[in-house]
Design a protein around this ligand. Structure first.
Ligand SMILES: *[C@@H]1O[C@H](CO)[C@@H](O)[C@H](O)[C@H]1NC(C)=O
Ligand SMILES: *[C@@H]1O[C@H](CO)[C@@H](O)[C@H](O)[C@H]1NC(C)=O
Ligand SMILES: *[C@@H]1O[C@H](CO)[C@@H](O)[C@H](O)[C@H]1NC(C)=O
Ligand SMILES: *[C@@H]1O[C@H](CO)[C@@H](O)[C@H](O)[C@H]1NC(C)=O
Ligand SMILES: *[C@@H]1O[C@H](CO)[C@@H](O)[C@H](O)[C@H]1NC(C)=O
Ligand SMILES: *[C@@H]1O[C@H](CO)[C@@H](O)[C@H](O)[C@H]1NC(C)=O
Ligand SMILES: *[C@@H]1O[C@H](CO)[C@@H](O)[C@H](O)[C@H]1NC(C)=O
Ligand SMILES: *[C@@H]1O[C@H](CO)[C@@H](O)[C@H](O)[C@H]1NC(C)=O
Ligand SMILES: *[C@@H]1O[C@H](CO)[C@@H](O)[C@H](O)[C@H]1NC(C)=O
Ligand SMILES: *[C@@H]1O[C@H](CO)[C@@H](O)[C@H](O)[C@H]1NC(C)=O
Ligand SMILES: *[C@@H]1O[C@H](CO)[C@@H](O)[C@H](O)[C@H]1NC(C)=O
Length: 489
């Protein structure tokens, strides 16, 4: 008891000593905060200039930006640890609360030691690329993401040679990716996605050898994907989805193995075969080649993608045989709309303990749904098995999923009593059109967001509902709004 007591006292004393020392250190290191609490007057003026460029700040994000108070304590302002000079401006919004409207005032050029400008998800910040950034010699990080900036990316962007990150993702920039970008050789991240950029990818990007993240998705870029990847030794994320790229997957992508984790080329016009070398990407987390014109078979080397979580090969021209994968836990799989004849839902799908999205539309599956016995259904959100020849009942599968959001199985041979289908609280979408489903339409479906049970063998009076007639037509004897009224027998 005594021992315990004395050791507690010792601990307490030690803690106080440590706190005292820390305070003393803080005190000596931050004299500005102790003596009057103001920051560099020029920088305060620069920040207040930024504030006056913001027309509307409904959430009061900048409400503590008040003249005469220490600007190092203002929301989003980070000063150098040992001085009163502003090092970073970091403002990030959350929809819909923190939307800022206005422009980025050039008075920010007064923050001479700024090394990072982060204006993220502010949605309604408009105007051109802020040209005053060229006057900030220390600038290393530019994150102007998900705002409403427009115009061209300046041709002399290459002057910002100290840049480590350039992200202009999610704005309205037009025109080409300037070729001077090739001078930004210290870049580790170049993110220009979700703008309106046109033209081709500058060959000079090959000089940005330290890139780990290259994303140009969601633009209108065209031409082939340059065969320049052998110069990158550290690239982890490559996202060229949603553009107009054509041609083959270039061979030099092979040199990104084994480090590459995201390869996203979906929604382009790429063609040719899926290269064998993709099987070498041992660290691949996500492979999205969907909505292109890839043809031929999926390489047998895909057996070696044992750690892949997300695989989307949908909407291409791929043919059998599909390789037997060795992946332990696929999270999302989409093989829809190719020319596969899978026969059944693959075993490596049923055995995944973490799968949340399974889309096998038009995959030539001919099985009884009862024979699909997933080892774990806890994570399932979406199941789309439309356009196959699946027979039997969906009752067991849908019932076993706790959090399913949508089940689509249009155009199969399912045959069960709709009245016995049970679904969980998050369930919103049900499409069983063009099957052999029978029974009555139960009350439980009226709260769904979307429903389609047309062209089945349902009968009886519909519960009061908000769905259009096309959701119910083509059944044996359904009646009641929106279909014609039931005959009183
Ligand atoms: C702050 O520290 C850096 C090095 O860490 C030094 O170069 C700079 O002179 C210091 N600034 C002040 C105001 O002490
Ligand atoms: C964005 O700015 C425009 C033009 O100034 C304005 O009409 C609109 O209401 C703003 N939107 C939001 C969500 O604040
Ligand atoms: C973004 O700016 C454009 C003009 O460039 C304007 O038409 C549009 O309403 C703005 N968007 C928002 C969300 O304010
Ligand atoms: C950018 O570089 C060009 C030459 O490449 C030079 O003429 C120009 O003055 C520079 N602009 C700025 C703002 O530094
Ligand atoms: C790439 O990064 C390394 C290590 O940070 C650095 O030494 C090298 O100078 C960088 N390369 C270029 C071209 O900047
Ligand atoms: C790639 O781009 C797509 C489309 O914008 C997006 O959904 C996806 O999250 C992006 N992936 C990465 C790793 O940035
Ligand atoms: C690919 O499939 C996944 C899972 O179904 C989905 O989240 C993703 O958006 C798809 N990608 C494209 C480009 O459609
Ligand atoms: C899988 O990888 C191993 C070793 O890396 C290799 O020997 C084998 O050929 C690969 N399998 C396929 C089908 O490519
Ligand atoms: C399959 O293709 C049809 C049209 O051919 C399209 O409407 C549907 O969205 C595609 N399904 C998937 C999951 O990609
Ligand atoms: C599945 O069926 C069991 C037994 O009938 C029932 O207790 C459970 O609530 C059902 N689950 C769902 C999601 O409807
Ligand atoms: C229901 O499915 C049928 C046939 O698949 C289709 O023609 C109809 O437009 C769909 N209706 C609704 C509301 O989705």
């Amino acid at each position: 008891m005594n021992l315990y007591h004395s050791s507690t006292t010792t601990t307490t004393t030690t803690i106080f000593t440590v706190i005292f020392l820390l305070l003393a250190i803080l005190f000596t290191l931050t004299p500005h905060k102790a003596n009057g609490a103001t920051c560099h007057p020029e920088e305060e003026a620069g920040l207040l200039g930024f504030k006056s460029g913001i027309r509307s700040d409904p959430s009061g994000l900048l409400s503590n930006w008040i003249s005469g108070t220490d600007c190092c304590t203002w929301t989003g302002v980070e000063c150098h640890y040992n001085s009163t000079r502003v090092q970073r401006l970091f403002l990030t919004g959350q929809k819909p609360e923190t939307i800022l409207s206005g422009t980025i005032s050039p008075t920010l050029s007064k923050l001479k030691l700024l090394d990072g400008l982060y204006l993220i998800n502010l949605i309604n910040i408009s105007g051109p690329f802020p040209n005053f950034l060229f006057q900030l010699p220390n600038l290393q990080f530019i994150y102007l993401e998900n705002n409403n900036l427009s115009g061209r990316i300046p041709d002399n962007i290459g002057n910002l040679t100290r840049l480590d990150v350039l992200s202009l993702t999610g704005n309205r920039f037009i025109g080409p990716v300037p070729s001077s970008i090739t001078k930004l050789t210290q870049l580790t991240q170049l993110k220009l996605g979700n703008n309106f950029l046109t033209g081709t990818v500058p060959q000079g990007i090959a000089k940005l050898v330290n890139l780990t993240y290259l994303s140009l998705e969601g633009n209108q870029l065209e031409g082939t994907i340059p065969d320049f990847f052998s110069s990158f030794t550290d690239l982890r994320i490559l996202n060229f989805s949603y553009n107009k790229f054509s041609g083959n997957i270039p061979n030099s992508i092979s040199s990104l193995a084994p480090k590459l984790t995201y390869l996203e080329l979906g929604h382009n016009s790429l063609s040719g075969k899926i290269p064998d070398f993709l099987g070498k990407f041992k660290a691949l987390d996500t492979l999205d080649l969907s909505w292109n014109k890839f043809s031929g078979t999926v390489p047998a080397s895909f057996k070696n993608l044992t750690k892949i979580f997300n695989l989307n090969l949908s909407n291409n021209l791929l043919v059998d045989p599909f390789p037997e994968m060795n992946v332990k836990g696929i999270e999302s799989l989409d093989l829809s709309n190719n020319s596969f004849h899978l026969g059944s839902i693959p075993k490596w799908v049923a055995s995944s303990p973490i799968i949340f999205s399974l889309k096998l539309v038009n995959c030539g599956i001919k099985m009884r749904l009862e024979d699909f016995k997933p080892s774990e259904t806890y994570f399932y959100d979406f199941i789309d098995l439309s356009g196959n020849e699946i027979s039997g009942s969906a009752i067991g599968l849908v019932n076993s999923t706790e959090y399913l959001v949508g089940f689509w199985a249009s155009g199969n041979k399912l045959k069960f009593d709709l009245g016995k289908l049970r679904f969980g609280e998050r369930f919103k979408f049900l499409d069983l059109s063009r099957n052999w489903v029978f029974g009555k339409v139960p009350n439980s479906v009226v709260g769904l967001e979307k429903l389609n049970v047309s062209y089945n063998h349902l009968c009886g009076q519909l519960p009061k509902n908000k769905f259009p007639a096309s959701a119910f037509v083509g059944n044996d004897c359904l009646c009641g709004s929106p279909l014609p009224p039931c005959n009183k027998a």
